[in-house]
Design a protein around this ligand. Structure first.
Ligand code: NGQ
Ligand code: ZN
Length: 452
């Protein structure tokens, strides 16, 4: 992997307040240091790297394997059984092989940071590995060998449902008591650096009882990002109302100090007061449009949430698609389909749909990932992507329609170059180590398929 590229020249560099022409940015210690006006060597379109706010890496290897109708009642919950059966087979080496392949795919698609919502902690029988951080270290190793920025979110998972029932045998790999969980966080924080941050996640309100949630939140370092799955399925909303007397998001806002350190994953089912409540809290919603469609979750009320000035970003979650373009496109298309209108996320004064989407993603990246990322600005980590200026899709495009053309035309990947922390990891559309990583992945998946 190329270690250092000290600067980039851009014919056009995108920032949330508009394009800058003929920009040179120097980097120091992996961060942008100085911006100068400078004649570009070529006319390039440079964008900030995109943050992927939600990932379960192991699920990449089962993409396409849960698309056969097995009963009249196939649902999120029956998909989950398939997913659990798959999860039971993953060893630490498998996890590294799968995650590395996934992270190569993410980098090639333009994601430069991944928030890994990691709950596959123990051996399949639920016993911790000799080093309880073994599976976390597999994720860290995959991020290191590919060069992607990682926010590792070890997940607290204690119960099998709102009623407090014990974990099922298939969930045993996920479980922790509070002390062991806090020890894991502390151990992993020793590995933090410019491209690796440790946050924490509560799997869901289903998986953590109120007292445990309060105890863990009270023990966390104050600057740590906090993520939680919430209100994804209507059954979960109904159960929460039945057991805790409130809808999930309402309950969380009333029982936890939700603020800008928090990321609420999905938050699909919201009433009007919950929309306002999240927006006011400063928390980010991680919307995962392709997975939410694949699992039949429902539609996030995006227009109302934008009107309330809510923060949001995207995640590829189960990785049935690994493409920021596809997530952003379907975020807008979902709204068009239900509203029967066009250009829904844009607003007066900001007419470009593509740029409105990119601005949303850039604005939430740092808080959700716990790292200074998201824009081409001094003191942010030096992450950038360069689009193929020669691509037919981008011919005769200008600053006013370039981002729209990237997001809304065709299915070819237009990302040519990618740098993370000033290091170039994708060159001419190829990751610098993609052949080795893909070959190890193929061996791993053949082995897993043989055991099924
Ligand atoms: C997960 N995935 O943890 O992988 C979840 C399913 C659950 C999504 N929600 C399991 N997309 O929520 O219990
Ligand atoms: Zn998830």
């Amino acid at each position: 992997m190329e270690t250092m590229r000290t600067n980039f020249f851009a014919g056009h560099a995108w920032r949330p307040d508009g394009w800058i022409r003929e920009l040179r940015m120097d980097t120091r210690d992996g961060r942008f240091a100085h911006a100068h006006a400078a004649a570009a060597m070529r006319s390039e379109w440079v964008l900030p790297g995109i943050a992927n706010l939600h990932s379960h890496a192991f699920q990449r290897a089962m993409a396409g394997l849960a698309e056969h109708r097995a009963s009249d009642t196939d649902s999120f919950w029956s998909w989950r059984e398939t997913m659990y059966a798959f999860a039971a087979r993953i060893t630490p080496d498998d996890l590294q092989a799968i995650a590395a392949q996934l992270y190569v795919e993410m980098l090639r698609a333009g994601y430069t940071q991944v928030c890994e919502f990691h709950y596959l902690h123990h051996a399949a029988d639920g016993r911790p590995y000799a080093d309880p951080a073994t599976m976390s270290r597999a994720i860290i190793a995959a991020a290191r060998e590919t060069g992607i920025g990682l926010t590792l979110l070890p997940v607290l998972y204690m119960r099998g449902g709102f009623d407090g029932r014990a974990l099922s045998p298939r969930q045993a790999r996920f479980g922790h008591e509070i002390d062991a969980f806090l020890r894991l966080l502390e151990t992993l924080r020793a590995d933090e650096g410019e491209r690796m941050r440790v946050g924490m996640a509560l799997h869901s309100l289903r998986a953590v009882l109120p007292d445990a949630m309060a105890a863990v939140l009270a023990a966390l370092p104050s600057d740590m990002p906090r993520h939680i799955h919430i209100a994804e399925q209507t059954a979960e909303v109904d159960e929460c109302v039945a057991v805790r007397g409130a809808r999930p998001v309402r309950w969380l806002l009333d029982h936890a100090p939700v603020d800008a350190r928090w990321t609420l994953v999905h938050a699909t089912h919201l009433d009007a007061s919950e929309v306002q409540g999240i927006a006011r809290s400063g928390a980010t919603v991680a919307i995962c449009p392709t997975t939410e469609a694949n699992l039949g979750d429902g539609m996030f009320p995006l227009r109302a949430y934008l009107d309330a000035n809510g923060a949001w970003g995207i995640g590829s979650d189960s990785h049935i698609s690994v493409s920021p373009v596809e997530e952003l496109r379907w975020l807008e298309y979902g709204q068009r389909l239900i509203n029967r209108s066009r250009n829904v996320v844009a607003a007066a004064g900001m007419p470009s749909v593509g740029e409105t989407l990119l601005r949303g993603v850039a604005a939430s990246a740092s808080a959700s990932a716990g790292s200074a990322i998201g824009t081409l600005q001094e003191d942010r980590r030096a992450d950038w992507i360069v689009l193929d200026a020669q691509a037919p899709e981008l011919v005769a495009r200008d600053e006013g329609n370039l981002v729209d053309s990237w997001v809304f035309s065709g299915n070819r990947n237009l990302v040519r170059e990618v740098a993370v922390g000033g290091r170039r990891v994708v060159h001419e559309g190829r990751h610098v180590d993609e052949d080795r990583i893909a070959s190890r992945y193929r061996d791993c998946v053949r082995r897993l398929a043989g055991a099924m």
